[in-house]
Design a protein around this ligand. Structure first.
Ligand code: HMG
Length: 390
């Protein structure tokens, strides 16, 4: 039984910061951001936007098109959790009007959790082909102001409908996986910003992709030539390029690696370059970008995917693109989401960054900023109050 991604929909905040302005404010050469790490713009979530509103806005086009019938599993992957007990998916359940016969849970393992959610959803629908699952990946990447990680912040969400006989991508059953207990990036419960050992984290990522690929290649007998394209977890776009370069190097390819990366990886990076890291969503933002912008039809082609979550778990897996997949994309919507954002100044970005959700339990209403289809209206008795935007 084929199972995989039937619809994929991406959303990011209505505000963003030009990294040229950040470079100037921090006294950093702009080329370091644009060439050295490969980022141009980062998404800025206003106070009334959070992982729930972003995920619900990402999922809405899917629900509007296919309805809620049959969706009996919702898996919400995030590392920007808003509650220690209640799953973010339950807030979204009411915003989207999902049916009450629905299993629902939140998953966490840094940026990897969306992948285990996708794999679990695919297993569930393969076992019960009339069922559908909604996988949400939604995150806000935050590092300290002025830290090396600052230009790699961002925000966004990807919603995926997972079904039997999917319209976009059938997942192959094989995978290679590598887990190890390391402190490359983490966020204790009492902190809003992640802590990171930046350079170490890039080394761990590269080791993880090598180990995961070796296992995948051994199990499947496939080589890198078997993939029309490869998508990677994208903390910043050059990291994905480095990952593919590492696999090519490991395979003994000396000449032409730059050109191979251009043709096999580059098309998946354009969205991330102008949103920044979206943590659990970033691999799937890359896949969405590839589907939307590929220079040639990908029908029947195999795509390689590498998911990485600090801490760390890496997984290399793959899928085959369904013939006619282009009829099931939301390309125009994604273009509009990215092209209609408002640029903020560095001062506005810092003001937004320093605004915290009140923790005193008092009634509080947020000012109305630009958001997607939903917004966080305020707090009442320690409860988050969401509303649809008319
Ligand atoms: P840094 O110390 O600011 O930068 O940290 P750098 O000095 O290493 O420079 C970066 C690159 O820019 C280098 O290129 C420089 O040569 C180049 P590289 O050697 O890497 O090829 N450069 C320039 N290029 C052109 N013109 C110039 C110039 N100056 C320098 N003038 C770092 C960079 C990525 C470490 C930092 O931004 C950081 O800590 N980021 C956050 C951590 C991160 O993203 N890690 C990635 C792997 S871990 C991961 O992916 C998981 C994660 O998503 C979290 C999760 O799983 O939940 C983060």
């Amino acid at each position: 039984m084929n199972a995989g991604i039937d619809r994929i929909s991406f959303y990011t905040s209505r505000y963003c910061l030009d990294l040229k302005d950040l470079a100037e404010a921090r006294g950093v050469d702009w080329n370091k951001y644009s060439i050295g790490i490969g980022q141009e713009v980062m998404g800025i979530p206003p106070p009334d936007e959070d992982i729930v509103t972003m995920a619900a806005s990402a999922a809405k086009p899917i629900i509007d098109e296919v309805g809620v019938e049959g969706i009996d599993l919702v898996l919400f992957a995030t590392e920007s959790s808003i509650d220690q007990s209640k799953s973010a998916g339950l807030f979204l359940h009411s915003l989207l009007g999902l049916q009450s016969r629905c299993r629902l849970v939140e998953l966490k393992q840094a940026c990897y959790s969306g992948t285990i959610a996708l794999r679990m959803a695919a297993l569930a629908v393969a076992a019960s082909p009339k069922s559908k699952a909604l996988v949400l990946t939604s995150d806000i990447a935050r590092y300290e102001l002025g830290s090396p990680g600052e230009p790699t912040q961002g925000c966004g969400a990807v919603a995926m409908l997972v079904t039997a006989d999917p319209s976009l991508l059938s997942l192959d059953p094989e995978y290679g996986v590598h887990a190890e207990d390391v402190m490359d990036f983490w966020r204790p419960n009492y902190r809003d910003e992640a802590l990171v050992d930046g350079k170490y984290s890039t080394r761990i990522y590269l080791n993880s992709v090598s180990q995961s690929w070796n296992q995948y290649a051994e199990i499947t007998g496939r080589t890198l030539d078997d993939f029309a394209r490869c998508c990677y977890h994208i903390p910043f776009t050059n990291m994905a390029a480095k990952a593919h370069d590492r696999l090519l190097k490991n395979a003994g390819i000396i000449e032409g690696r730059k050109e191979i990366i251009e043709s096999k990886v580059r098309e998946s990076l354009a969205y991330n370059r102008i949103t920044g890291n979206t943590y659990s969503a970033s691999l799937y933002e890359g896949l969405t970008c590839l589907f939307d912008t590929a220079s040639e039809p990908l029908d029947d082609k195999r795509i390689g995917l590498f998911s990485y979550g600090s801490g760390s778990v890496g997984e290399f897996f793959s899928g085959v693109v369904t013939p006619g997949y282009r009829d099931s994309l939301y390309t125009a919507k994604h273009k509009s989401v990215l092209e209609t954002r408002t640029m903020v100044s560095v001062q506005q970005y810092e003001d937004i960054f320093n605004l915290n959700i009140p923790t005193d339990g008092w009634d509080y209403r947020f000012g109305e900023y630009q958001t997607g289809s939903f917004r966080l209206a305020g707090m009442h008795a320690h409860k988050r109050m969401y509303e649809a935007v008319s």
